[in-house]
Write a protein that binds this ligand. Structure first.
Ligand code: IMP
Length: 417
C-alpha cells in the first residue's frame, strides 16, 4: 500500500527522519507541494544530511520525485543537488516538467509583502518567495520547467512579468527584473537539470504498480485553506492535495506525524504556547531552531484539539509521535484537551475573531506526571509507565493508534508497534 507522511501541527514534526526510516520499503518517494521553505536534518551513521526540496528517501538511494505542485527555486535546487551528490553516489532525483519556478523577483516580492504589514500582522514567512511564486501560478504567469527548452518563450514570458512587476519593485526601491540575466540563468540551469525532467504521464506509467511514499511539507495547520489564514503557507499541505500535486492518481494510507509537544515558527494563533521558562527549556532541549530561517521556534504543550482537527482533515489512519525524549525528566507534562471558550469548542479557522479566542489561559489541560528517561529504550514494552499513559491518553482522545514512536534523531531510535 502507498503511504503518505503528513505533518499534523505547524511543520517541523520530524517528517524527514520518518520518511528516511520508512522509505526502505518503497520504490518512489514524492514531494507534492511547498518548496525550499521546508527543511530537515537527517542523521544516518554520523553523517548529517540537510535537505529542503529533495525527499529524504534519497539517503537510502531511493528514486525521488518532485511533483507539479512543488515550487522550485533553480538557484537553491542546484546547490542542494550538488551537496547531496557529494554524499550520495548517483542520487536518483526527477522533476515534473510542470513544476513552477521561484525566481529572484518572487523573493523580493515576499520581502515587500511582509514590509507593508503591521508588526503584529506580519506572517513571518521564510522569505523564500513561496507566496509570490504560488500567486504567479494561480495568476497563470509562472515559468514552468518545460518553458526552459525555448529561449524565445522564456524571453516572451519574462518580458511580460517585467511589465507587470517592475512598477511595484521600483516603488519599493527593489531592483527591476533583468530579462537578459534571468533568461541566461535559466538556460544554464536547464543544461544542468534537463536529464532530470520528466513529464507527468511517463512517471505515472513507470510507477503504476510500484510502492510510493509521499512526503508532506510544512503541516496541516499551515494549510492555505484549512489553516489559520492568513498565518499559513501558500500551498495545500493536507493529504487530499497529493493527487493534484503529484499527478499520480493512486490510493494511499495517511500516517499523521506530530511532536509530543508543539512548535510554531512565524506568527499566528498558538493555543497551547508556553511563553515561560518551560517553553525556553523545550526549545533548547529540542533544538527548536528553524532549519531554513534559523529563527527560534515558539514552543508549547501538545494541543489535542487542533491535532484532532488535523487528523480529520487528513483522514489519518495511524500516527507517529516524535521527540517525546525532549520532555524526559520534566516533573510534569501537559496536553491541551479543550478550548474553554463559549465560541470555540472545536477549532474553526473560518472565523475572523479566532485569533483572540484561542488564548492559553482559556484552555483546559490534562496533567501527566513526568516519565523520567527514555535513553537506550528500543521496545515499547520497556517504556516508562507514565509515558505509556501519555501515549494511551492521546490514542483514546484521537481514536487512532500511535504506531511509530521516535525517541531521537537516529534511525535506531525508532519504535514500531
Ligand atoms: P512561507 O511558506 O515562507 O510563505 O511562510 C508562511 C508561514 O509558514 C510562516 O509562518 C513560516 O514560518 C511557516 N513555514 C513555512 N515552511 C515551514 C516549515 O517547513 N516548517 C515550519 N514552518 C514553516
Amino acid at each position: 500500500m502507498n503511504k503518505a507522511v503528513i505533518g499534523l501541527q505547524w511543520g517541523d514534526e520530524g517528517k524527514g527522519k520518518i520518511v528516511d526510516y520508512l522509505s526502505e520499503d518503497f520504490d518512489l518517494v514524492v514531494r507534492y507541494q511547498g518548496g525550499n521553505n521546508a527543511g530537515h536534518t537527517v542523521i544516518v551513521d554520523d553523517i548529517t544530511y540537510k535537505l529542503n526540496l529533495i525527499p529524504s528517501g534519497v539517503i537510502r538511494g531511493k528514486v525521488c520525485y518532485l511533483g507539479q505542485g512543488v515550487v522550485l527555486d533553480p538557484k537553491h535546487f542546484s546547490k542542494e543537488f550538488q551537496q547531496i551528490k557529494k554524499k550520495i553516489n548517483d542520487p536518483q532525483v526527477f522533476l515534473s516538467s510542470n513544476i513552477s519556478l521561484i525566481l529572484d523577483y518572487h523573493k523580493q516580492l515576499d520581502k515587500i509583502n511582509e514590509s507593508i504589514l503591521n508588526p503584529n500582522k506580519k506572517i513571518g514567512t521564510t522569505s523564500k518567495g513561496i507566496g509570490p511564486a504560488y500567486q504567479d501560478k494561480v495568476g497563470r504567469k509562472s515559468i514552468k520547467l518545460y518553458d526552459l527548452k525555448s529561449k524565445k518563450i522564456l524571453e516572451e514570458k519574462i518580458n511580460a512579468i517585467k511589465k507587470f512587476y517592475d512598477p511595484i519593485l521600483d516603488n519599493f526601491n527593489e531592483l527591476k527584473v533583468n530579462v537578459e540575466q534571468t533568461v541566461q540563468d535559466l538556460l544554464s540551469f536547464y543544461d544542468l537539470v534537463k536529464e532530470l525532467i520528466v513529464d507527468n504521464s511517463s512517471i505515472k506509467k513507470e510507477y503504476k504498480n510500484k510502492k510510493i511514499l509521499f512526503e508532506g511539507a510544512q503541516g496541516a495547520l499551515l494549510d492555505l485553506d484549512h489553516g489559520s489564514y492568513p498565518f499559513v503557507t501558500s500551498s495545500n499541505t493536507v493529504s487530499s492535495n497529493i493527487v493534484i500535486g503529484s499527478a499520480l492518481q493512486v490510493d494511499y494510507k495517511t500516517i499523521g506525524i506530530f511532536k509530543a509537544y508543539a512548535t510554531r515558527v512565524g506568527n499566528g494563533p498558538f493555543p497551547s504556547e508556553l511563553v515561560n521558562e518551560i517553553g525556553d527549556y523545550i526549545a533548547e532541549k529540542g533544538l527548536e531552531i528553524g532549519t531554513v530561517t534559523k529563527r527560534k521556534r515558539r514552543c508549547g504543550w501538545l494541543d489535542l484539539v487542533s491535532l484532532k482537527y488535523s487528523c480529520e482533515i487528513n483522514r489519518v489512519s495511524e500516527l507517529c509521535m516524535t521527540k517525546a525524549d525532549v520532555l524526559n525528566n520534566l516533573s510534569e507534562v501537559k496536553v491541551c484537551k479543550s478550548y474553554n471558550s463559549k465560541d470555540y469548542e472545536d477549532i474553526n479557522f473560518s472565523e475572523s475573531n479566532i485569533l483572540d479566542s484561542l488564548l492559553l489561559e482559556n484552555n483546559d489541560f490534562e496533567v501527566f506526571p513526568g516519565w523520567g528517561d527514555t535513553k537506550d529504550l528500543s521496545k515499547f514494552e520497556k517504556l516508562p509507565d507514565n509515558l505509556k499513559k501519555f501515549i494511551n491518553y492521546i490514542e483514546m482522545y484521537l481514536n487512532i493508534p500511535i504506531k511509530i514512536i521516535s525517541l531521537g534523531p537516529e534511525r535506531n531510535q525508532t519504535i514500531i508497534r
